[in-house]
Design a protein around this ligand. Structure first.
Ligand SMILES: Cc1cc2nc3c(=O)[nH]c(=O)nc-3n(C[C@H](O)[C@H](O)[C@H](O)COP(=O)(O)O)c2cc1C
Length: 253
């Protein structure tokens, strides 16, 4: 799948929660496993383990059943949740492009056998399979995305085309906890920390959300012909980003 196909998926994808419960055929599952092994990472020094598991190993907690789940495990090092968002959003776009449905799922929890199958920390599931209604797979109009407007998520002028693809990124409880500042050559990615009550409900999923947005940002920048580099050092004093948590900057050439 090339960069343009990832880019095009951004404008069509949506979370699928109603699945055809028949398992996918072996060839398709092998193809997805191959793709999972090739995901690009933001931090090569953080170990990640991804396993395709059956719904019988998932405590679904009110969520509808899916025929398959990706169980995501990671070493719990600095930046790991953002890294998980960045990596697994590639599979969300890939599945959507290949006529399959998926949904990030923070609510379900793994059964004991899944937890014991890895030495790494369990992070999240991604449910996937064929959508029950194939017509429901894609959005056909941007207005079908319930999202903040561009001026609510950035103060950069002249980067609308770039940031439109980021605006549409999925996030837990659709919170869209991101803000972009800087200019067309360097985009600083900031996170809106959840307030105390929300933090109890949503754990640190906002950092996964930010990783998802960073992946969309990178795809969009490369689609527009830019070379990208992720910078991890805060470029200006953090009080310039009052109320926000600085995550990374994306340098565009
Ligand atoms: C980290 C994360 C966790 C999520 N957890 C759940 C979940 O447990 N259950 C669910 O139905 N949707 C979950 N979602 C899906 C979001 O609700 C969805 O992405 C958002 O409402 C935007 O809708 P869209 O994906 O259809 O564009 C999660 C999304 C993310 C990014």
């Amino acid at each position: 799948m090339d960069q343009n196909e990832y880019y095009n998926s951004i404008f069509k994808r949506k979370s699928i929660r109603n699945f055809d419960l028949r398992p996918l055929d072996d060839d398709t599952l092998v193809d997805i496993s191959t793709h999972l092994r090739a995901l690009e990472s933001m931090h090569d020094d953080i170990k990640v383990e991804l396993k395709i598991i059956s719904p019988d190993s998932v405590k679904r907690r009110m969520m509808k059943r899916a025929p398959h789940y990706i169980a995501v495990f990671s070493e719990a090092k600095a930046g790991y949740l953002t890294n998980i968002g960045f990596m697994l959003q590639q599979i969300d776009l890939y599945l959507s492009h290949n006529s399959l449905g998926s949904c990030w799922q923070g609510i379900p929890s793994p059964k004991k056998e899944v937890l014991e199958s890895s030495n790494l920390e369990f992070v999240i599931f991604i449910a996937f399979g064929k959508p029950k209604d194939p017509q429901s797979l894609h959005r056909t109009k941007i207005s079908e995305f319930k999202r903040k407007s561009l001026h609510e998520i950035t103060d950069i002028k002249g980067a609308d085309e770039l940031l439109e693809a980021v605006r549409l990124a999925p996030s837990s409880t659709n919170g869209q906890p991101w803000f972009f500042t800087g200019d067309e050559n360097i985009i600083n990615v900031l996170a809106v920390k959840p307030n105390f009550v929300k933090a109890l409900l949503v754990k640190d999923y906002y950092l996964i959300d930010i990783g998802i947005a960073i992946y969309h940002l990178k795809v969009a920048a490369e689609h527009l012909g830019k070379k990208t580099e992720i910078l991890f050092d805060e470029p200006v004093k953090s009080d310039a980003f009052k109320g926000y948590e600085y995550i990374i900057s994306l340098k565009l050439d």
